[in-house]
Design a protein around this ligand. Sequence first.
Ligand code: ADP
Ligand code: MG
Length: 398
Amino acid sequence: MNIIVQKFGGTSVSTKERRKKVIQKIISAIEAGFMPIIVVSAMGRFKDPYSTDTLRSLTSDEYKQCNKQGLDLLMCCGEIISAVVLSSELNEYGYKTIPMTGGQAGIITDENYGEAAIIEVNIKNITELIDKSIIPIITGFQGISKKGFFTTLGRGGSDVSAAILGGILKANKVEIYTDVDGIMTADPRIVSNASLIREISYNEVFQLADQGAKVIHPKAVEIAMKYNTKLVIKNTLSESSGTLISNEYKEVNTNVITGITCMCNRLQIIISSSENIDSDYYEAVFDILADSGLSIDLINVFPDKKIFTVDEEDGKLVHSILDAMKLKYYHKEYCDKISIVGSGMKGVPGIMAKVLRRLRLENIEVLQTSDSHTTIWCLINNKDTTKAIAALHDEFKL
Ligand code: ADP
Ligand code: MG
């Protein structure tokens, strides 16, 4: 059986008009000889009646903090509405469909509400439908715990649902439909002349996604890579062939840089060493932060100071830990981390120098840098982010 998984994001299913385009994509897949397995997100964005963020906003901040299980149950409603509505509309075109929750589709997760991890997938219900040529319309972003409670997979989790189903069902490919033509050299909302990347390796797209390009969830890329499933990112509203992510991609790209992305709301922490500080504590600070479950990055260690960044949301926790340790430190707020990604930069000298020269030319202060074989990171003040991304996009002729 030639299975294709097609996932439609929030904007794709937001109106009847757009859902007509969704239906066209499904019919095209059927006409091309595929058995489609459909995964849907909740309709629209914040303020649209059934979007995830609108549903979340129906509860108080306290409830969100204290009753994550209840919040997940509420958030699961958005995808359920999308799945039933799309199912009913596809029936009007004469196609047999069954809408299913993540749990009914066999996605079993742990009980980490709001950010649950998939531990098992039981495809029995889906394969029964496939055998009868009935199209399953599955709610993305959700699963069920072993005890039967609804769970959600975290922001962008419908991509993860699609990728895992594609992998387990040995799909020919997984198509992720969204509101842009595919993966671009930068977020088109930031760089209006960003260009479409036609083919890209799992590794590069993982870097871009992990460092803030929300066009695809990094976990979905990881899963597709593990199962060696072809992933295609496409626009519901256009006929563009999109971006193909696979291992077949031979790096024909002559650019050293593939794309630029950014992660907002970073807090830079600078801890200075001093004679009055217990040196054991000073040396153990990273272990103590890790034991509190904090994710820190851009770690630079010097004889007289240690520097790192955290998500601003974790700022309070970091302050309380460092205060309790009586360490001397200060922080810089309003930072964004720019990531310049490209496997073509491996072994090419002078890329960091080029980045820094251009940012200096634009009068942009660089607060911290780091690099790996395929990525250069720069921490800057968020007032400069748009200008920096546009300038680097221009510098590397993306
Ligand atoms: P969906 O609801 O379909 O999952 P998302 O909002 O999650 O859609 O992802 C699509 C958005 O990702 C685009 O509208 C775009 O602004 C943003 N984006 C960020 N970086 C990139 C990039 N490099 N290429 C394409 N889109 C990007
Ligand atoms: Mg998304």
